[in-house]
Write a protein that binds this ligand. Structure first.
Ligand SMILES: C[S@@+](CC[C@H](N)C(=O)[O-])C[C@H]1O[C@@H](n2cnc3c(N)ncnc32)[C@H](O)[C@@H]1O
Length: 448
């Protein structure tokens, strides 16, 4: 038995444990580990698959394991629980790893981490699992059954089925079980899309045009942050749906623009690119420590029109003159359920009670930031969630309370033709399966 694959599984297990116990973000831990440890490319891919796959399929894996653990999976120590999930994930979803090798490695890990008793238990559970047929959900009904088959919490599926109907909820949940694509936005101040594509191909990447945004390239193969094209500021890694926000805002060179919740600066820098870096862009974020992320991107892209400041967006009217900005973007903090493919743990970690206050906070930020919009100016509200209560409901509440604003239907014409059938007055929702992007919501309003 080679040592390498054993190490990958051991590292995967440690990451899974930290994600569950400390509520750490999978993508941050994983990136950190991949950059720090000298893994071969093949092992990096396996580690990523094991961590994301085990988190994404948690409900299904627990269901498969349940007949074999008398006292229930939650009676086990956290690392044993994760080890069993990790092993069953490999049995069921990966076909290139021999089943016996999976058992052997799990048992060896159990011996090292625990004691002989635990390794015997792990061995027993996994061998019995392999002898029996896979448990089925036949006897289950309704959302209880879907929560296991599509591996999402029941409450979230109930909400999606209520908001979007059964078919859309099913497609969304099933899409969330697979990896998200990597896309980049071309900085057209430096290169055309064709030029950027050629430059990336010359650096060994496989590249196609994006599915939705005119600014997007889809990366099929290649390590983007390691390319010269990235380093010199010709591209930015960004999801395609997020790339539409700057188009919707449609800022012109010379304008005064506020980005009220700006870090890490993906949309701020896009706004500057679209303004040919001419004008004034004020980028705010609540957290001082996040300002460095905007600054890093600003510098990498050689942009000079962006000014950054740590500030609670709800205090904007205390510091800036009312009705003095041409464009205001309010890309609020949200539940993030449009990006479950990139951060799968959030579907398990975030509970309805954690999210209760969000719509009030979002409305508050939107109202305070809106005070800065000048007459005839544009206000964009956006989120990377698919929860209507954080999207349509917030915008409606805003319009009910702020009669000086109305839908900006003209702005919606800046969105791609393929998205037009989904546009409703001044707002649009994109679900992950529509165009293979993150789930996203945007609304365009104007001060009359
Ligand atoms: C969805 S993220 C913004 C993403 C960013 N627009 C981009 O495209 O890169 C929301 C941001 O709002 C910030 N935030 C949360 N509460 C805030 C507040 N009261 N005022 C300003 N920013 C806030 C968070 O720190 C977070 O960085």
């Amino acid at each position: 038995m080679s040592k390498k694959p054993l190490r990958v599984r051991d590292v995967a297990l440690s990451l899974l444990e930290r994600i569950e116990r400390e509520h750490a973000f999978s993508h941050i831990l994983l990136n950190h580990t991949l950059n720090e440890k000298p893994f071969h490319e093949k092992d990096k891919a396996l580690l990523t698959e094991l961590v994301y796959g085990t988190i994404k399929r948690k409900n299904t894996l627990d269901f498969y394991l349940s007949p074999f653990i008398k006292k229930g999976i939650h009676s086990l120590d956290s690392w044993v629980r994760q080890l069993l999930r990790l092993s069953v994930y490999q049995f069921v979803y990966l076909d290139r790893i021999p089943l016996r090798a999976v058992v052997h490695e799990a048992v060896t890990i159990a011996k090292v981490r625990g004691h002989v008793g635990v390794s015997k238990f792990v061995n027993g559970v996994l061998r019995t699992f392999l002898r029996e047929s896979l448990p089925t959900t036949e006897k289950l009904e309704g959302v209880e059954k879907y929560a296991i088959e599509w591996s999402h919490p029941e409450w979230l599926l109930e909400e999606w089925i209520h908001d979007y109907g059964f078919d859309e909820a099913k497609k969304m949940a099933e899409t969330n079980l697979f990896p998200a694509p990597v896309t980049v936005r071309v900085n057209q101040l430096q290169l055309t899309k064709e030029e950027a594509k050629r430059a990336l191909e010359e650096e060994g990447c496989e590249v196609e045009n994006g599915h939705l945004s005119p600014d997007a390239l889809l990366i099929k193969k290649g390590k983007i942050p390691q390319t010269k094209t990235y380093e010199t500021g010709a591209i930015t890694i960004q999801d395609e749906s997020s790339m539409l926000v700057a188009r919707l805002l449609d800022p012109q060179p010379g304008m005064k623009v506020v980005d009220a919740c700006a870090a890490p600066g993906g949309k701020t820098t896009h706004i500057a690119e679209r303004m040919e870096d001419k004008g004034e862009i004020y980028a705010f974020d609540l957290h001082q420590k996040k300002m460095q992320f905007i600054e890093e991107q600003r510098k990498r892209l050689h942009l000079t029109s962006i000014k950054t400041k740590a500030l609670d967006a709800r205090k904007l009217p205390d510091f800036y003159e009312r009705c003095s900005f041409d464009r205001v973007l309010v890309d609020v903090p949200c539940s993030g359920f449009g990006i479950i493919r990139r951060k799968p743990e959030i579907k398990w970690q975030k509970k309805p009670s954690d999210l209760e206050r969000l719509p009030d906070v979002q409305l508050d930020i939107l109202e305070k930031a809106s005070e800065l919009v000048k007459k005839g100016g544009r206000l964009i509200y956006s989120t990377c969630t698919v929860r209507k209560i954080e999207n349509e409901a917030v915008v409606r509440a805003f319009l009910e309370r702020n009669h000086g604003f109305d839908w900006d239907e003209e702005a919606m014409k800046n969105l791609p033709t393929s998205l037009q059938p989904q546009v409703n007055q001044g707002e649009v929702t994109i679900l992950p399966h529509h165009f293979e992007t993150d789930g996203f919501f945007m609304a365009a309003l104007r001060r009359m």
